[in-house]
Design a protein around this ligand. Structure first.
Ligand code: AMP
Length: 171
């Protein structure tokens, strides 16, 4: 879809100097394009018997839930610490500066699950790699990772080289 890039707004120096923030809210305002992008996001995984889509807080919830709805699967939220109310598993990972943590409910997935991980954007790949690790620690299989946007120059794919990675737009 050659038009998709038009719906991604670049915000220079947000949230801090030097970052080119890729704002997906224009895409959220265009229902037809949004629908097509979600279809393209899941297309390579249609025959993979996906049982659940996992999405990371916060924009992964939007695209992940849309993908889960289209695939008719369950949705697994991965959240920042102290947000999930039940028993959790936690992992920490490095960011460009400092570190962050993500949590998953211990009963979110299990050995019978084939999970597709979805987020709006892959940058260094740290968030996605940590998410895959948590899901695998619950015994589930990762069938792939799908992103609307990939920042190629940050080589995030290298952290996910054992998985099938699919991105719609590359910068
Ligand atoms: P990373 O762990 O470095 O791959 O970062 C990915 C996460 O940070 C995703 O959840 C993105 O939503 C967010 N993110 C990182 N860089 C950007 C950016 N330039 N524009 C928008 N979101 C970003």
């Amino acid at each position: 879809m050659k038009d998709l890039e038009k719906y991604i707004r670049n915000i220079p120096d947000f949230p801090k100097p030097g970052i080119q923030f890729k704002d997906i809210t224009p895409l959220l305002k265009a229902p037809k394009i949004l629908n097509q992008s979600v279809e393209m996001l899941i297309e390579p995984f249609l025959k993979k018997e996906v049982t659940a889509v996992a999405g990371m807080e916060a924009r992964g919830f939007i695209f992940g839930a849309l993908a889960a709805h289209k695939l008719n699967t369950s949705f697994i939220p991965l959240r920042k610490p102290d947000k999930l109310p039940y028993d959790v598993k936690q992992t920490s990972y490095d960011l460009e500066y400092g570190s962050a943590s993500l949590e998953i409910h211990t009963d979110a997935a299990g050995a019978n699950d084939n999970v597709l991980l979805v987020d709006d954007l892959i940058a260094t790949g740290g968030t996605a790699a940590a998410s895959c690790k948590l899901i695998e620690e619950l015994g589930a299989k990762i069938v792939g990772c799908a992103f609307i946007i990939e920042l190629d120059f940050l080589n995030g794919r290298e952290k996910l080289d054992k998985y099938d990675i699919h991105s719609l737009i590359h910068y």
